[in-house]
Design a protein around this ligand. Structure first.
Ligand code: 13P
Length: 251
């Protein structure tokens, strides 16, 4: 198994205001302390805060990312933000295909793929999300669903540098419920296999994050599952103290 440096990423979703920069400065302080976690750290705030938080993160190891982008570079798309704009504001990453976008905005695998391609075009690392619903899980379709999403959402030519996968079972998001480590291991192994089959050596090195109710109390257990190369964290990434509790799984 290739050695992959973990990434702990926070997805703030539609939360946060300018005052939230105090969480970034608090986290930066913790990261500058004695315990040097062996992982990269990323915060994806709402687009309105990217430039502000990039400034707060200056001099620290915290990267900033977007939560979504349009597939086009510019144009008549009221309310949308392009990957190039995120980059210009200070982002290094962008999440695409989060289940909340797939559900709330009807994003298809093809749309997600176009967004991941836009991220690559702009020089951003795309975090491509996949995950089954509870009904799909109950019907035993988890791996089939995940393979289909990977096939449809990942651009050809994706590399370990430009692309991160996030496995987020929809039923585990914001619910406090998580799959067992064994279940996570099975899905992540299947994802690794699919990545290797399609991308060869790059596929062995691509980070596969787990997301869905990751908390300080379960991070250590989930982060040591084979082929789990970090976390995509929602609620527990909003406060520096909680997020640090998860990052510390790599200390
Ligand atoms: P929670 O950590 O709040 O369950 O959210 C997970 C998620 O959707 C991150 O993208």
């Amino acid at each position: 198994m290739a050695r992959v440096k973990a990434l702990v990423a926070g997805n703030w979703k539609m939360n946060g205001a300018k005052a939230s920069k105090k969480e970034v400065t608090a986290l930066a302080k913790k990261l500058a302390g004695k315990a040097k976690p062996a992982c990269d750290v990323l915060i994806c705030p709402p687009a309105t805060l990217i430039a502000t938080l990039k400034e707060s993160a200056k001099g620290s190891k915290i990267a900033i990312g977007g939560q979504d982008c349009h597939a086009k570079e510019s144009g008549a798309h009221t309310g949308d933000v392009s990957a190039e704009m995120l980059k210009d504001a200070g982002a290094a990453f962008v999440i695409v295909g989060h289940s909340e976008r797939r559900a709330d905005h009807g994003e298809t695998d093809a749309a997600v793929r176009a967004k991941a391609e836009a991220a690559h075009r702009a020089g951003l690392t795309a975090i491509v999300c996949v995950g089954e619903t509870e009904a799909e899980r109950d019907s035993g379709a988890t791996l089939k669903v995940i393979r289909g999403q990977l096939k449809g959402s990942l651009p050809d030519g994706a590399t370990a540098k430009t692309t991160v996968i996030a496995y987020e079972p929809v039923w585990a998001i914001g619910t406090g419920r998580t799959p067992t480590p064994d279940d996570v291991a099975k899905v992540h192994a299947a994802i690794r296999k699919a990545l290797e089959a399609r991308f060869g050596a790059e596929g062995t090195k691509m980070r596969i994050l787990y997301g869905g109710s990751v908390k300080p109390s379960n991070a250590a257990e989930l982060m040591t599952v084979p082929n789990v190369n970090g976390a995509l964290v929602g609620g527990a990434s909003l406060k520096a103290e909680d997020f640090w509790g998860i990052i510390s799984a790599y200390a």
